[in-house]
Design a protein around this ligand. Structure first.
Ligand code: HEC
Length: 136
């Protein structure tokens, strides 16, 4: 019975279901976010949308947003503006591999925040964009 309740709670977090290791990663981001701001309660997909769609003068003095490479429809392929390589869709609903490996996710969030914002994202910002991507 307890297990059923637990599963129900976790699934209600977002439309898409995260695997165990990604859930642990999100939990660790929450702990970090809370330690940086005691008023923190949960991540916000709408804040994540702002982070994802806002343009900034980023790498190589280019005006970039996360959409510059991933596109505005996350269920479709993107294209890397620097290398011109095709990127698989970010939306877990369209790409079963997306948001399954915390190592990959951490690596790319670190790089991609630097590309767009010229700095690493905070735990709150990373959680917000992940919540946003999960709604796609
Ligand atoms: C310069 C191009 C570029 C920009 C800008 C960019 N990304 Fe990416 N992103 C990539 C590439 C390349 C990958 C790796 C794709 C692959 O090989 O699966 C990636 C992967 C990711 C992944 C990992 C998906 C997974 O589970 O494997 C996340 C999350 C992500 N990006 C989020 C973001 C966010 C948030 C931003 C804005 C802060 C952003 N990206 C901006 C190029 C970009």
């Amino acid at each position: 019975m307890k297990k059923i309740i637990w599963i129900a709670c976790v699934c209600s977090l977002s439309a898409a279901t995260l695997n165990q290791s990604m859930q642990s990663y999100i939990e660790s981001l929450k702990v970090e976010a809370k330690s940086q701001d005691s008023a923190f309660v949960d991540f916000s997909a709408s804040e994540g949308q702002k982070i994802f769609t806002t343009q900034n003068i980023g790498r190589d003095n280019q005006k970039l947003s996360c959409e510059s490479c991933h596109g505005s429809n996350l269920q479709q392929n993107g294209r890397n503006v620097f290398t011109n390589k095709v990127l698989p869709p970010l939306a877990p609903s369209a790409n079963a591999e997306s948001l399954t490996d915390p190592k990959q996710v951490q690596k790319w969030l670190k790089r991609n925040f630097k590309d767009v914002y010229l700095r690493e994202g905070s735990a709150k910002e990373k959680g917000d964009v992940l919540y946003y991507i999960l709604t796609k």
